[in-house]
Write a protein that binds this ligand. Structure first.
Ligand SMILES: C[S@@+](CC[C@H](N)C(=O)[O-])C[C@H]1O[C@@H](n2cnc3c(N)ncnc32)[C@H](O)[C@@H]1O
Length: 244
């Protein structure tokens, strides 16, 4: 059974409100001196909780915004407004932070029952998004659902992001199908940035399959978190032979 590991980053302050049903977390983005508010609903399941890989990806984006050159510099063009797609957004922290940090237009996606909380969190941060030129839309995107993938649109995205999306093995194939659609189905050289905390040996099957389709590279690794031998890693997936 997959259990979320409570985020350990200092930047997360989860003491503002702590009801059994609802938890408000604030996440400070240092580079733009702004704080994002995220509502979690832990009793409603894993899609309504913040997972540790999310904060790693947000920190990476925050550092990128605050510095001249980072591992992300060559992946995030600055000459135009970026278009991002997030897969399995959960509470939406990564996509909302990315919209604010990069002034990007971001589509947050997840299974249909997750969307009301995603929209709630997008609305809760509307002021910060407006201030920094970010824009959010929310859409259903069950992995492997070609009709919904077409609705979300394959041609538009510079960057696709996902955090903690590799866990149940029955989801490996639908997730890979989704990545195939968005990374290989168009002329655009899109990149997938995935933050992942390795939990089980079986996950190597996902990476083995992924490497047959994409060039996969680790661009950032965190130190191991408490009680674990590994830390969160951020992977870059591009079309094989792609030059991103
Ligand atoms: C472990 S949670 C991670 C959530 C969030 N990305 C984070 O890091 O906090 C995995 C997410 O994938 C979503 N998910 C699971 N199966 C999915 C599917 N078949 N299609 C789309 N999203 C799915 C879940 O609803 C959940 O939000």
């Amino acid at each position: 059974m997959l259990q979320p590991t409570p985020p350990s980053e200092e930047t997360i302050d989860e003491h503002q409100e702590n009801h059994a049903e609802e938890r408000q977390q604030s996440y400070h983005l240092h580079s733009i001196n702004s704080t994002i508010a995220i509502r979690q609903l832990p009793s409603q399941g894993l899609s309504f909780q913040l997972w540790p890989a999310a904060s790693t990806l947000v920190s990476l984006l925050d550092n990128h915004r605050g510095r001249q050159t980072t591992a992300l510099s060559s992946l995030l063009p600055t000459e135009r407004r970026l278009r991002l797609l997030e897969l399995g957004s959960g509470t939406g922290l990564v996509g909302i932070a990315a919209a604010a940090l990069l002034g990007a237009r971001v589509t947050l996606t997840d299974l249909p029952h997750v969307l009301p909380n995603l929209q709630f969190n997008a609305n809760a941060n509307a002021g910060i998004l407006e201030l920094h030129g970010g824009e959010i839309e929310v859409a259903a995107l069950p992995w492997g659902d070609v009709q919904q993938m077409e609705v979300v649109g394959r041609d538009q995205y510079d960057v696709i992001v996902g955090s903690d999306v590799v866990y149940h093995d029955h989801l490996y194939e639908p997730l890979l199908e989704t990545l195939r659609f968005f990374l290989l189905g168009n002329e655009k050289k899109s990149v997938f940035l995935m933050a992942h905390l390795k939990r089980w040996k079986k996950e190597s099957a996902f990476f083995k399959k992924a490497k047959k389709l994409f060039d996969v590279e680790i661009i950032h690794s965190d130190s191991p978190i408490d009680g674990s031998r590994v830390g969160v890693a951020v992977y870059k997936f591009v079309r094989r032979g792609g030059d991103k």
